[in-house]
Write a protein that binds this ligand. Sequence first.
Ligand code: ARG
Length: 588
Amino acid sequence: MSLTTLLTSIFSEAFVRQGADASLGTVVVSRKPEVAQFQCNGAMAAAKALGKNPREIAEAVVADLSDRTEFEELSVAGPGFVNIRLADAFIAEHTRATAADDRFGIPRVPEPRTLVVDYGGPNVAKPMHVGHLRSSIIGDSIIRILRFAGHDVKGDIHMGDWGLQMGMVIVETERRMPGLPYFDPRFAGEYPAGSPVTMDDLQEMYPAISRECKEDTGLLARCQKATVELQTGRRGYVALWRHFVAVSMEAMKADFHRLGVDFDLWFGESSYEAAIPPMVERIRAEGHARLDDGAWIVDVAREDDNKPMPPVMLINSQGGTGYHTTDLATIEQRVGAFSADGILYVVDKRQSLHFEQVFRAARKTGIAPERVALEHLPFGTMNGKDGKPFKTRAGGVMRLNELIAMMTEEAGKRMLEAGVAQDYPDAERREIAEKVGMAALRYADLMNVRSADYVFDVERFTQFEGRTGAYLLYAAVRIKSILRKAADAGLAAGDIAEPATASERDLMLKLSAMPDALGDAVRERMPHHVCGYAFDLGQAFSRFYNDCHIMSEPDGARQASWLGLCDLVLREMEFLLGLLGIETPERM
Ligand code: ARG
């Protein structure tokens, strides 16, 4: 339990004894640390409700609690704020309890849910772009956070493997290699086992034909026709499509592996193809859809909408189905086969309208009953220094492996400047550089409010100072080295004692706030709370470490207590970094 939760329950009881509502006993961390550690501001509202003077109520609460050993000092300030300072013995006791608990005092959610997280979402045959990178990093962290909270979570990649881009690459392959058997409708033999194209080919073919289609409507129509033929099972196209999927998946798996992201489910849009006809039939039979200009649509606009809300396209006028219909069938499947109580979509905020439409249609058609939560967790754009979506210097989309190489190189430069790991073997130094680079990338992507845009700045992200992943890794590794040095000198960590200095007390109070940061992250599905807290903890540790000279401390018990504190901070730091998907090296 966090300290604020514990104090809140003590104060709530005191407020109830004054005849006020328990909810008024909420205790928060003081915004003026020089005046108080915590404060409770409920007296003002209690006074209003009871028709009394707020100061009197505050004073009565303080008098009521004056015998309790948790408090060093309770005082009333201003119109009726209660300022709280805790007894050092109580702070130490709470810290020891945190150290002894393998969940660091963080409670499990009272009602665990089965959740599907839809993230990553790369597209077959199209290059992965930074949007997919953000989705993967944010989704991965949200999954780790929700799992720790106690939910049963499945991560699903939801690959885009069934749209128009598939028709485009089929047509492009035919234009380049018309002799292949996939295009001969009379061919009845077995198709070749190997793919006619590589991932590099695909990365070049898709942008080429997609550009051409923008100017050439005839070519676009041909691609649309090929897409419908694929979707209705044309044998040669399906065989060719399987190659595209296999080749793309192999590349994706390698990329995600380097990123440290692992999906539980590798479903794609195509996985729901068979479920679409019966679903559409039911929606029509139940009267939720109507015919409009040859297309079947579901109206989702409401009277009180203050923005345009176009209908959901169930079947287009050519008889095809697209993004809306696939997402509806996907929800049906997740609710049915996975008994999901909630589906969370970690997708670019530019798709907000799409999800609003789909969610409304899913409610209207009963595909998602009210008990199933549907949440779009939007994220902003990663921009270049020019304020536009991040591109390579040549203006193209940056591939994930290029990005990782760039982060590693930059991290290597910062390590050289800071004299980090310079006397280590080359292989270890390279490995550390990759870890620092990945930590920098992940932290930069997670530290801001999810929905905000941010500017990609490798040089800043890899600094060992400031709010960076590199700083946090360095902080964690420094504690490892302190503990190693102590062990070499025959010193062991001991029971955490009462704080002897202000910075030590502040560090303990900071440690006690971790459950609150986690609670915020779980409730809001926002990893930046974890990032912010980890940074604050790193800073509090630094101040403690500068103040308290552990190795030269003559008092053995105090020295052991300080080492115990180091050990706890390290365990918490590695735990927090783990929630962000960041791995700590042994040394650096
Ligand atoms: N493949 C899509 C894209 O690249 C993202 C998929 C998001 N998930 C979903 N269920 N629609 O934009």
